[in-house]
Design a protein around this ligand. Structure first.
Ligand SMILES: Cc1cc2nc3c(=O)[nH]c(=O)nc-3n(C[C@H](O)[C@H](O)[C@H](O)COP(=O)(O)OP(=O)(O)OC[C@H]3O[C@@H](n4cnc5c(N)ncnc54)[C@H](O)[C@@H]3O)c2cc1C
Length: 378
């Protein structure tokens, strides 16, 4: 394991920094700083996506023949860290980080030619239709049906917690194509245009008062079979591949940024308070541990080794620490938090929204189960 960057990587980091200095405008930084949930508003996201697309940097994880950058694992990590610490908004993430890699791995040549360029350009924006009202952690119990009708499927059912569904042009869905097969065996993976007749969406307002997710309803929605990714009833393999992308992540940079935000909110007086200083120091130690674990994972991947269950460990620690830092922010603001100043509104919004981070993308209990199974064999 080598935790130091090589000279070529340092040079690459400088190139990324120079690009960010030039292109990451103040309005984009401000939009990212003001966000309380997982995503920036559509406009800054679309603007940043377009800037990265023009540069050829919008899909670092994709193979070069499909529009990726050809960067090494370490370079991709550096790029993500630099973007996060410079305060950049995200891109249209469900297409770039989830649907695109799935189409590249399992799609037909026609599907690749049709969808991939539109994901890169931002013309297509995707959302993820996995969870259902009674199927979250136990995803394989999903009930949304897709019945065969000639060259089409007729889809009926509902999906819930669909993040950014209201901004999406398309949804990728897990549907049950064989209700008689054992849970995982009867599932298929479909790409559905959001404007297809019979597909409707209802907003769900989260605890912070924001509209970030939705419930989606399918009422006899006709979907051509040519929009299925992978074989019929083989959607579980596709779904598992996609979850690998969802759980991977870059937590440390965001946590460092949040720690320094808490310090700024606390100001000199509170930072001198021994009890508050101890809590800040403990958080700093834990963020350092997350950063080291992240470097270990990147180092293992760069050497072609498996990082084990580290993605689950990072998800668990990263989300719990995010919540702890939010609590410190509220403590730092004290009684101001009920006022209407902008900093207090952001702190309160983050505190409320981040109740969700130990649930989304697989709950803490599920991450612990994965670690117990893979590391301890129980
Ligand atoms: C902000 C947010 C955004 C989301 N965005 C999307 C999205 O875009 N698309 C999408 O498809 N889904 C999305 N989700 C849904 C998310 O994937 C689910 O909430 C998550 O998988 C948990 O499922 P659930 O809510 O049904 O809880 P359940 O699975 O019902 O779990 C309830 C409780 O039981 C525990 N539990 C369940 N099974 C076990 C077990 N085997 N062992 C121990 N404990 C267990 C859980 O940890 C949890 O505490 C989002 C969720 C949130 C909060």
């Amino acid at each position: 394991m080598d935790l130091k960057f090589a000279p070529a990587d340092m040079q690459f980091r400088d190139e990324v920094r120079a690009f960010l200095d030039e292109h990451l405008t103040d309005d984009l930084r401000a939009a990212a700083a003001a966000k309380t949930g997982s995503f920036c508003d559509l406009e800054p996201t679309a603007k940043w996506h377009a800037i990265l697309h023009r540069k050829g940097w919008v899909a670092p994880d994709w193979p070069t023949e499909h529009g990726g950058t050809g960067w090494t694992t370490t370079q991709r990590h550096i790029f993500a860290s630099e973007c996060a610490s410079a305060g950049a908004p995200g891109t249209h993430t469900f297409g770039i980080r989830m649907c695109g890699p799935v189409i590249i791995r399992f799609g037909t040549p026609e599907q690749k030619a049709h969808y991939l360029p539109k994901i890169l350009s931002g013309e297509h924006r995707w959302c993820q239709g996995y969870s259902e009202p009674s199927s979250g952690s136990d995803l394989a119990s999903l009930q949304t049906r897709a019945e065969s009708d000639g060259d089409d499927y007729i889809v009926n059912g509902t999906k819930i917690w669909t993040s950014l569904g209201h901004q999406a042009t398309h949804i990728f869905c897990l549907v049950r194509t064989d209700p008689t097969a054992k849970a995982q065996r009867g599932i298929s993976f479909l790409l559905i245009d959001r404007n297809t007749p019979g597909l409707t969406m209802r907003p769900i307002i989260n605890l912070a008062g924001d509209h970030e997710f939705n419930q989606v309803f399918f009422d006899n929605v006709r979907v051509p079979k040519s929009q299925r990714i992978g074989g019929e009833n083989e959607g579980w393999t596709v779904a598992k591949y996609l979850l690998e992308f969802e759980r991977g992540g870059n937590y440390a940079t965001g946590l460092w940024a949040r720690l320094s935000w808490v310090r700024d909110l606390a100001g000199t007086t509170l930072v001198q308070d021994p009890d508050f200083r101890r809590k800040l120091a403990e958080a700093e130690v834990d963020v350092t541990a997350v950063e080291m674990a992240e470097h270990r994972a990147v180092s293992a991947l760069a050497l072609g080794e498996s990082p084990g269950s580290v993605a689950s460990m990072l998800k668990l620690q990263g989300s719990v620490l995010t919540q702890r830092l939010d609590e410190l922010a509220i403590e730092a603001l004290g009684t101001q938090v009920s006022g209407d100043d902008a900093a207090a509104a952001v702190a309160m919004g983050r505190y409320l929204y981040d109740r969700a981070v130990t649930i989304l993308g697989g709950t803490s209990e599920i991450q612990r189960n994965i670690m117990a199974r893979t590391e301890l064999g129980i």
